[in-house]
Ligand binder design. Structure first.
Ligand code: 6PG
Length: 465
């Protein structure tokens, strides 16, 4: 039997998810921190309000709901989740579930799972992607929790999720923090992909001298090819839009100072902590951070003023470079997932993750079906970039990517994510790199020892003889 369903937090995402649940024929209890939002939301629900019950507070809602209860918290990640949990634990008991549907740090989700479950209440950490539109009509859902909690909620979660060729884009990927970790890495990939697109926009705009609307058309055309994706599609729309006040390009009315709520940074922090490097994602986080220093950059333009030269680049090269960059963003994301799966014993199913990302979420793209296929097929060393289909695409795209990065660097256009992605590909395609010298240096100053090419570990150089 399905538990009775409650949702706390009627902000943009919470309201949209609530309407989605009602739309799918489920009854729903709702509450909100600011109580006046509840009757307002009931009004917005229109005909869907028939199965909707509003409550004065989270606790009042939990008390009024018949057991077993499943209560979705859709509140900002952090303290608000902890306070919601603390209140709920006063009321809930065996058989009830608390679902955190926000963008939680998976470390918090692991801690909360222990805390909540030690009191007999179950906990599900549920990453939800797709923005307002996704939440309303079908998001991609990445859950972490016990199999039995998932089994009890699966029907509802699959019903409200996006569908790819009829298959629900929702799954449980492992216990406790697994779902929120997968969502965090999703966002890391999102950051990298957005930055790569923005860099290519910059090259067309400031290097090729194209107007935003023209660039929007280029993205629009690319969206019919291998770059087909939600992010390229919306970039075309953003660039094509006209500002209501100035009548000029909408993008020109936007201050170039990027916000970030933490998921991209967490992806990089976790990657580094696990001895991984997600260089394209890191470059994207860095680019947002630098962008936030608007005043410093304005001073830099005056004081340093290196200047930017025009570029000559083929659109086809830019398209190929963006495609290769995107493949790296996904590949680095999956490498982090792999490391976390090992560390936490999650046995993540990478093919399923790619499948769940095929619809509903922000990083949905034409590549994901192939990525799922690659993880189900012959994948040398477990590396996505070595899967036959992707290796083929990369061998074709890297020469173009080299031309783009080289020309951009020579003409003074910063392309941190493209350059990082290219450096990763080049490094992974060299059997012998330059860390022989690093090892020599380490041994020289600290007797750290090195492996010899002719066998033997922990050896020292002649500088110690
Ligand atoms: C999604 C988005 C969503 C949200 C992020 C963006 O998958 O639907 O990722 O979760 O837009 O919070 O994060 P920033 O505010 O850090 O860009």
């Amino acid at each position: 039997t399905l538990p009775s369903l409650g949702l706390y937090g009627l902000g943009t995402m919470g309201s949209a998810l609530a309407l989605n649940i009602l739309d799918n024929g489920y009854g729903l209890h709702v509450a909100n921190r600011t109580t006046s939002r509840v009757p307002e939301f009931v009004g917005e629900a229109g005909a869907l309000a028939e199965n909707l019950t509003g409550h004065e507070s989270l606790v009042a809602m939990a008390r009024a709901m018949p057991a077993p209860r499943a209560i979705i918290l859709m509140v900002p990640a952090g303290g608000a989740v902890d306070s919601g949990i603390a209140e709920l634990l006063e009321v809930l008991g065996d058989g009830d579930v608390i679902i955190d549907a926000g963008n939680a740090d998976f470390n918090d989700t692991r801690r909360r799972t222990d805390e909540v479950e030690s009191s007999g209440v179950a906990f599900l950490g549920m990453g939800v992607s797709g923005g307002e539109e996704g939440a309303r009509h079908g998001p991609s859902i990445m859950a972490g929790g016990t199999e039995s909690v998932w089994a009890g909620l699966r029907e509802v979660i699959e019903a409200i999720s996006a569908k790819f060729e009829g298959a629900p884009c929702a799954d449980r990927f492992g216990p406790d923090g697994a779902g929120h970790f997968v969502k965090t890495v999703h966002n890391g990939i999102e950051y990298a992909d957005m930055e790569l697109i923005a860099e290519v926009y910059g090259l067309m705009r400031y290097g090729l001298g194209k107007a935003p609307a023209e660039i929007g058309k280029v993205f629009g055309a690319w969206n019919d090819g291998p770059l087909k994706s939600y992010l390229v599609e919306i970039s075309a729309e953003v660039l094509g839009a006209v500002d209501r006040i100035s009548g000029g390009p909408a993008v020109d009315a936007i201050v170039d100072r990027a916000g970030q709520k933490g998921t991209g940074r967490w992806t990089v922090i976790e990657a580094l902590r696990m001895g991984q490097s997600a260089s394209a994602i890191e470059a994207a986080v860095a680019a947002r951070s630098w962008s936030a220093e608007k005043e410093v950059r304005e001073a830099g333009a005056e004081i340093l003023g290196f200047g930017r030269e025009p570029l000559e680049l083929d659109a086809a090269d830019l398209e190929a470079a963006l495609l290769a960059g995107r493949i790296v963003a996904y590949a680095q994301g999956f490498r982090i997932l792999d490391a976390a799966s090992d560390e936490f014993g999650w046995s993540l199913d990478f093919a399923r993750i790619a499948e769940v990302w095929r619809a509903g979420c922000i990083i949905r793209s034409a590549l994901l079906d192939g990525i799922a296929g690659a993880f189900r097929g012959d994948l040398p060393m477990g590396q996505l970039i070595f899967a036959p289909a992707f290796a083929g695409m990369l061998r074709e795209a890297v020469p173009a990517m080299r031309r783009v990065v080289a020309a951009s660097v020579a003409a003074g256009h910063p392309v941190p994510a493209l350059a990082a992605a290219l450096a990763f590909l080049e490094s992974m395609a060299l059997a012998r790199g330059t860390t022989d010298l690093i090892q020599g240096q380490r041994d020289f100053f600290g007797r750290h020892g090195f492996d010899r090419v002719d066998g033997g570990a922990g050896r020292h150089g002649p500088w110690w003889d």
